[in-house]
Design a protein around this ligand. Structure first.
Ligand code: ADP
Ligand code: MG
Length: 566
């Protein structure tokens, strides 16, 4: 894991060394200041030379100024290093998320995913910046300060060091507990996000069932659990900072008393005494650093683990090595003994075989849950069959790159997803980079012209989150316009089951008929009009194809279709 982490520093080596070098230099200066004070008191003061004193003061000020600059570098460029790494990770996480398969998303919780890409990576960024220098400098100042103390007065240094293990032990105990508490807090925040996502995302359902109070109760229980854990953390923080503070003061007082004794017996100079007291502060500072590290590291490490887990999640459906891009398919489709289930226990499609000629319109009918939507989801490879083979123009789907395969298939589904942008942008999503004229033509063919003319801002009208400002029929026509722009040889239509008003239905019907001209069209049909207009009808039940034929022939057969139609 560490190796993977270090790899992220590689592109930013110069930034790293600038930050790290400045931090080390600044740490050394911190160590040097107590010595400077010692020399000042012991050597300069007795001389009684004011001009020399002023020179020393000016020198000290200059060194302080240098240290200020160094600290500024650490704060700005050090954080820049963290941000660079965070940005790179976020880019990869997002790109990876966009490639993961439907099967994975079927089980994912959006709130947690959002937390991963935002908060987790922020924590990693913090560690990426503070990590290396904090640990190194903590050790360096700890050892350095002790060495200097020993040089000033070995016995006093030993007395000081004798008390250290106790302090270290206390810091470690509280640090460990703090770590666990923070991990718990993080779990709770994830829980929180999930709840928030669902309640806000589903607000229309919440209100339709007047379940606001129910949601508020659920939220409140998460909210209280979060509060309790956070309070635990703060209690720990209070106790550990009290322990830390008292520990340091205790050591200082001990050093003061013992040091006074050594000054009196002449083994320690006054300047040495003052310098020593200052060094005690420097000596203990790494402990504070380590306490801070103990707080931020677990967050960063936990975040990095989750990040790695996300990146390690393989997209189940990805290009095979032999996949080639395809263009301009004719649209001849063959399902060959295809079986599929969302999970191993329950087959949803069983042994489906079906050949569709290029340009043919095939209607799929059957009871709800028969597997119609699932069957058509296999064509763009949103899922892969468990067994059997699907071919287009005689080529297995896996022989084509995913991107090119999907570029050949247009989909108009029941629940159209619109982005919260303008009508124009939503239509143009069908083919990014389409010209204004092409967008207008597509809208026109999708029977959207009248709507656009009626809107004060026309194509620039914002459609609201998920397109809430449009009706179901309007959204569907936007989807149709997208498909016109895309202009694919194969078309998948999932007709709306809900009864659109007859005016809208006629408009949509006309738009769909225009759209399907010259394309292989697979339509999950609910309207008699669509069914009759199809070249052939596939009747499905329980994941199997039961009957195939034209409307009249199927009626005459007197099977499932005749029963459904009657
Ligand atoms: P139809 O379109 O004919 O109404 P579907 O293909 O939507 O049928 O569904 C077929 C079966 O698969 C149903 O039993 C449904 O519950 C199940 N199903 C559909 N989508 C999923 C999914 N994403 N995960 C698990 N099961 C699913
Ligand atoms: Mg369906």
């Amino acid at each position: 894991m560490l190796r993977k982490f270090i790899a992220y520093y590689r592109p930013h080596q110069r930034l790293f060394w600038l930050d790290f070098g400045s931090a080390v230099l600044s740490g050394l200066l911190e160590l040097a200041f107590p010595l400077a004070i010692t020399l000042f008191i012991d050597r300069l003061l007795p001389l009684g030379d004011w001009s020399l004193t002023l020179v020393a003061a000016a020198a000290l000020l200059a060194v302080y100024a240098v240290n200020t600059v160094l600290m500024g570098i650490v704060i700005y460029w050090g954080h820049m290093l963290g941000i660079e790494i965070e940005t790179e990770m976020r880019r990869r996480a997002f790109a990876h998320l966009t490639r993961l398969s439907w099967r994975w998303y079927d089980r994912a919780r959006t709130g947690k995913l959002v937390a991963r890409v935002t908060r987790d990576l922020e924590d990693i960024g913090e560690v990426a910046h503070h990590g290396p220098e904090d640990v190194f400098i903590a050790v360096m100042t700890f050892v350095g300060a002790f060495a200097l103390m020993a040089a000033l007065h070995p016995t006093l240094a030993l007395i000081t060091a004798a008390i250290v293990p106790l302090t270290v032990w206390l810091v470690a105990v509280y640090g460990g507990r703090m770590t666990r508490t923070w991990q718990e807090i993080y779990g709770r925040v994830g829980q929180f996000n999930v709840r928030l996502e669902e309640a806000v995302g589903g607000i229309r359902v919440v209100q339709a069932f007047a379940n606001e109070r129910h949601e508020a109760r659920l939220f409140e229980s998460d909210n209280r659990a979060y509060r309790a854990t956070k309070l635990d953390a703060y209690r720990l923080m209070a106790v550990s900072s009290a322990v830390h503070y008292m520990g340091l003061r205790f050591v200082q007082v001990v050093v003061m008393v013992a040091g006074a004794g050594f000054v009196l017996d002449g083994s320690l100079s006054t300047g040495g005494f003052v310098g020593f007291l200052l060094l005690v502060g420097v000596f203990f500072r790494p402990l504070e650093k380590i306490a801070a590290v103990i707080e931020t590291y677990p967050k960063g490490i936990a975040g990095f683990r989750r990040y790695l887990a996300l990146l390690d999640t393989e997209a189940e459906i990805a290009d095979a090595a032999h996949a080639r891009p395809v263009t301009a398919l004719r649209g001849e489709i063959a399902f060959d003994r295809v079986s599929f289930g969302y999970d191993a226990t329950r087959p949803v499609l069983q042994d489906v075989s079906l050949s569709i000629a290029a340009g043919e319109t095939v209607a799929f009918v059957g009871p709800s849950g028969a597997g119609k939507t699932t069957l058509l989801a296999l064509l763009p490879r949103f899922y892969d069959p468990d067994s059997g083979m699907i071919r287009i123009d005689g080529q297995p789907l896996a022989a084509m790159t995913l991107e090119s395969l999907r570029s050949q298939i247009g989909i108009v589904s029941q629940d159209v997803f619109l982005f919260g942008t303008s009508l124009r942008d939503n239509i143009a999503y069908g083919r990014l980079g389409a010209s204004e004229a092409e967008i207008v033509a597509a809208a026109d063919k999708a029977q959207l012209s009248a709507l656009i003319a009626a809107l004060p801002e026309g194509l620039d009208t914002l459609v609201g989150e998920r397109g809430v400002m449009l009706s179901g029929g309007q959204k569907q026509r936007v989807a149709i316009a997208r498909a016109f722009l895309k202009n694919p040889p194969i078309l998948i239509l999932d007709e709306a089951t809900s009864a659109l008003d007859s005016e809208t239905e006629r408009e949509i019907q006309a738009a769909l008929e225009a759209l399907s001209v010259g394309r292989t069209t697979l339509v999950i049909a609910h309207r008699l009009g669509t069914i009759r207009a199809a070249d052939r009808i596939v009747v499905m039940e329980n994941g199997r194809v039961q009957e195939i034929g034209a409307h009249a022939a199927l009626l005459r057969q007197g099977g499932l279709y005749a029963r459904l139609a009657g």
